[in-house]
Design a protein around this ligand. Structure first.
Ligand code: HEC
Length: 150
């Protein structure tokens, strides 16, 4: 009899653990160490991001100063910008939903979301391509930030 009660408890706990994994979102990790992802991200970056963020991730000129229309130019995605100041999940969310989703209502920005253009895997591949281009010490700082933001 006790054996059955114990078994029932184990089954309930296992079920709860599985359910938790399903419902609690796990933060995304940019797979910059995965060569296939980086290789997949390169042409996607060239097609969808380079026109604003630069062929070599250099961003637009004077990217810290708003233009005449009040909008910010595209910042670089290399180590001179502030892309690496944001943890993995933020970069994913900004790319998927656009900058306006994370600013005060009515914020005008040229950074739209790519939800309808790129799959989640493609977004991660583009970000992997970007992160793979950073110097090692910046990658490491960025890894630590992601670990701390959990
Ligand atoms: C039409 C121009 C344009 C294109 C194309 C574009 N972006 Fe942006 N992006 C911007 C601008 C402008 C900003 C700054 C937005 C702001 O803060 O108002 C930005 C900001 C970002 C940021 C936040 C960076 C930071 O340091 O805060 C990320 C991440 C980003 N873009 C990723 C991408 C990716 C990935 C692509 C391609 C899938 C892409 N962008 C395509 C214009 C563009």
């Amino acid at each position: 009899m006790t054996r059955w009660i114990l078994l029932a408890i184990v089954v309930v706990i296992a079920g709860a653990v599985l359910a938790l994994q399903y419902f609690v979102p796990v933060s995304v990790r940019i797979p910059y160490g995965d060569r296939d992802a980086v290789a997949k991200g390169a042409p996607l970056y060239a097609e969808h991001c380079a026109s604003c963020h630069g062929k070599n991730l250099e961003g637009q000129p004077n990217w810290r100063t708003r233009g005449p229309n009040g909008r910010l130019p595209a910042p670089p995605h290399d180590a001179t910008g502030h892309t690496w100041h944001h943890p993995d999940q933020n970069l994913f969310d900004i790319t998927k939903y656009g900058s306006a989703a994370y600013a005060s209502p009515g914020y005008q920005t040229d950074m739209r979301g790519y939800e309808d253009t790129l799959s989640d895997d493609e977004i991660l591949a583009v970000l992997a391509y970007i992160k793979a281009a950073w110097p090692r010490h910046i990658q490491q700082q960025h890894d630590q930030m992601a670990a701390m933001s959990e």
